[in-house]
Design a protein around this ligand. Sequence first.
Ligand code: HEM
Length: 238
Amino acid sequence: MSVTGLCLILFLTFHCCMNVVALFSGEAYNMICELLGANWYAVVATMGLALLALIHIVYAFILEVQNNRARGSERYAVTDKPEKVEWASQHMLALGVIILLGLFLHLFNFWYNMMFAELFPAIHYDPAPADGFGKIVNTFGNPVYAVLYVIWICAIWFHLSHGFWSAMHTLGVSGKIWLKRWQVIGLIYVTLLMLGFLVVVLAFAFGCAPSLCCDGAAADCCQQAVDCCKDAAAACGK
Ligand code: HEM
C-alpha cells in the first residue's frame, strides 16, 4: 500500500502542477491536455495509473478485514482519539471511499469527456475533447460541482495527511526522530499540494483566474495585429 500510495501522490504532484497552468493560460493548458490526449504513451500511463489505484484499493480492503479480525469483538482498548491525524488514521477506509466516489465524478467530468472522447469519437462533445480549459470553466462555473470538489479535496487532504508519513513508516525509513519529521514534512507537502487543487477550483468558481481575462486580451491583441497587417497590405495594393 505504501509504494502504490506514494506513486499516487507523485501523480497528484504532476497533476497539480499541470492544473495550476490553467490559472495563467488557457492556451498553455490546452497544449498540455493535447499532449496527454489519446496518444499511446498517455493511454499506457493511464492504464498504469488505474492499476496502481486498483492495487491500492484492494490492499486497503484486505488490510481492513485483517485488522477487524485481529481486534476481535473488542475493537479498541482505548477510545480517546485526541489528535487530528489520529482521526484521519481511524477513518482511512471511509475517507478512501469518499475519495473514490469523488474520483468517479471527476473522471466523468474530465477523463470521459477528454481522453475517452478522443478514443471513441462517435458522440458529440461540447466543448471539444482537447479543450481542457473549457471543461474547467464549465465544471467549476457550476456551484454544485465546485462545492463537491472542495469537499473531495478536503477528504483527500485528510487521507494523505496520515497516508504520507504512514507510508514512510511502513517502508522502514522512519525511526523515532524521523517519524515526527515525516509527519511535519508530509503535512506541509500535502497541504501545499491540496491548496494547489483548491485554488484552481475556487479561482474558476469565483471567475477570478488571471487566465480568464488575459487570454481574451491576448486573443484580441493578436486579432488587432492581424487586422493591422491586412490593412497595411491592402494599402500597399497587395
Ligand atoms: C482542480 C482540480 C482538478 C482539475 C482541474 C483536474 C483536471 C483534470 C483533467 C483535465 C483531466 C483529463 C486529462 C486528460 O485526459 O487529458 C484529469 C484527469 C484525471 N484526474 Fe484530475 N483534475 C483535478 C483534480 C484531481 C484530483 C484532486 C485528483 C485525485 C484523485 C485527480 C485525479 C485524476 C485522474 C486519476 C485522472 C485520469 C488521468 C489519466 O487519464 O491518466 N484530479 N483531471
